[in-house]
Design a binder for this molecule. Structure first.
Ligand code: ADQ
Length: 485
């Protein structure tokens, strides 16, 4: 009988995605299945999700869930076993799951995600009868109240809960007066409860009341216990290091497979990188760059935010152009950064190309056609784009933080000699050090193509699949079920 895991998440690829959380929640179930773990995913019934499961099978009805009715429906979509919280007054809104059309957080976000966590706790307690999980995995602040409800309710059945932090920058902090509305007792407003600088924090609840906390890389697990990386929660996290671990993310190697990728014009593999030339030409066409096979083409893909250090990249563009390099960027986010990269492309036609928006196909083309992928993050819990880059032969140029530090081997003279390097790292995350790394990369590309090809082949040979992460999660879940643990 497989171990039954309830995964609680606010987004799942390919049903709804704003960031890497969706990729992880979408890919882990298949990898865990190979470890004899059956995952059921609880998520909100956004319109796209309701459409994907149709009617589903109603398994529980709520007359009053945070102020309105809801139905929990069982269904299957995208190869996932789903429990969907169909509560139209909370979730029947198109577009971004967290933001209204004005780009601001929905004002009722605390109610929306408390409802998700409340239902998760009910399922954990055994409310469904037909299904009761052995272990619960609560992802990010949106599921953070799950172990808090279990703590304050003191149910007879209380399976272990693992809280997984994908990004400590988002904590779900809301006014304390909401406690009653969220169905939490007044005692929860305390230092050893949800209280956080005079407000309440959903993620604090997730950390405090979980049996174990994971984050998505070993380095980030360390960084979040420091004043610099802990975002105000370092004290709590530092006091719980016995229950805190970092498990490095993978990527879905079926979706990201350069030998069989319908989203790129020319397939390739580690043994035969020749196809990349066709992909590079297509990328140059698509981004309006000069059709030059020998130009050093650097790409960037992701959310345009300060976290990702894209303001540093903006400052480094003149140096990059001075190296004769080309630059292609795909992303969306901060309006000022969107405007700045759009303007940079307009003033450097043929050298800089920019696409604002979200586009899976272009993301694949960028990875397949670019010579290098730059990720200059200020902090990075894991990072998925550099993993895709490794698998696609786009040499990653990354800051030495979090999961970036854990997944890229810098092309130091020793690593080059030993033929183990996979990319370039720089530290600290500053403009001068980024420029230095870009210059190092440009020089190697120009002067030693054999060494460059070795970097690409080492990247392609790196295991970026979910297999070892799934083994680590499986070992953790099983340990939590062992009485002596
Ligand atoms: N405009 C666009 N068009 C197409 N595709 C786009 C895109 N913008 C982003 N993507 C894709 O979305 C994914 C984002 O992955 P990241 O690791 O950068 O996630 P993010 O920072 O959101 O997530 C957080 O959670 C993840 C998962 O744990 C951590 O890896 C990460 O460090 C943490 O910040 C990548 O697969 C990327 O290709």
């Amino acid at each position: 009988m497989p171990l039954q895991l309830l995964s609680v998440t606010s987004e799942v690829y390919p049903l709804i995605k704003t960031g890497g959380l969706a990729d992880v929640a979408g890919a882990l179930p298949a990898a865990l299945a190979r470890q004899d773990i059956a995952v059921t995913t609880l998520m909100p019934g956004y319109p796209a999700v309701m459409q994907a499961i149709g009617e589903g099978e109603p398994v529980r009805r709520y007359e009053n869930l945070m102020g309105g009715p809801g139905t929990l429906r069982r269904g299957r979509a995208a190869d996932l076993d789903l429990l969907v919280l169909d509560a139209p007054y909370l979730f029947a809104r198109d577009g971004n799951p967290y933001l209204g059309p004005d780009g601001r957080d929905w004002p009722d976000n605390p109610l929306r995600f408390a409802a998700l966590s409340r239902v998760a706790a009910d399922i954990a307690e055994g409310a469904l009868g037909s299904y009761a999980p052995d272990v619960v995995q609560a992802h990010d602040w949106q599921a953070g109240l799950t172990p808090a409800y279990l703590h304050y309710n003191r149910p007879a059945r209380r399976p272990p809960v693992v809280t997984t932090i994908h990004n400590l920058a988002f904590q779900g902090v809301f006014p304390a007066y909401l406690l009653g509305t969220l169905g939490l007792p007044a005692e929860a407003f305390s230092l050893d409860g949800l209280e956080y600088f005079g407000a309440i924090s959903f993620l604090k609840g997730g950390i405090l009341f979980a049996d174990h906390v994971t984050t998505v890389s070993p380095s980030y697990a360390r960084e979040i216990t420091t004043a610099e990386g802990g975002m105000g929660l370092e004290g709590l996290l530092g006091g719980r290091t016995r229950y805190l671990s970092g498990i490095l993310n993978g990527i879905d190697t079926r979706i990201w497979d350069p030998a069989h990728d319908p989203l790129i014009p020319a397939p390739f593999s580690a043994d035969d990188l020749a196809g990349r030339a066709g992909d590079k030409a297509a990328l140059q066409r698509e981004f309006g760059l000069a059709a030059s096979p020998d130009a050093f083409l650097i790409a960037s893909v992701g959310r345009l935010t300060e976290q990702k250090g894209l303001d540093l990249l903006l400052g480094a563009l003149p140096a990059l152009l001075a190296e004769g390099a080309q630059f292609a960027i795909l992303g969306s986010g901060d309006r000022a950064l969107e405007a700045a990269f759009t303007a940079a492309a307009a003033s450097h036609p043929g050298q800089i190309g920019c696409r604002i928006g979200y586009d899976e196909g272009l993301a694949h083309l960028l990875q397949a056609g670019a010579d290098a992928l730059v990720v200059p993050s200020r902090f990075e819990p894991c990072g998925l784009t550099q993993l895709c880059a490794l698998r696609y032969g786009a040499v990653p140029i990354v800051s030495h933080v979090g999961g970036l530090a854990d997944t890229v081997i810098d092309a130091s003279p020793v690593a080059l000699r030993q033929r183990v390097a996979t990319g370039f790292q720089f530290t600290p995350s500053s403009e001068p050090m980024l420029i230095d790394a870009l210059r190092r990369a440009a020089a190697l590309f120009r002067e030693d193509r054999a060494a460059w090809k070795q970097l690409q082949q080492n990247g392609l040979a790196t295991d970026v699949s979910w297999d070892s992460a799934a083994q680590e999660y499986a070992a953790l879940f099983r340990k939590l079920l062992t009485p002596s643990a």
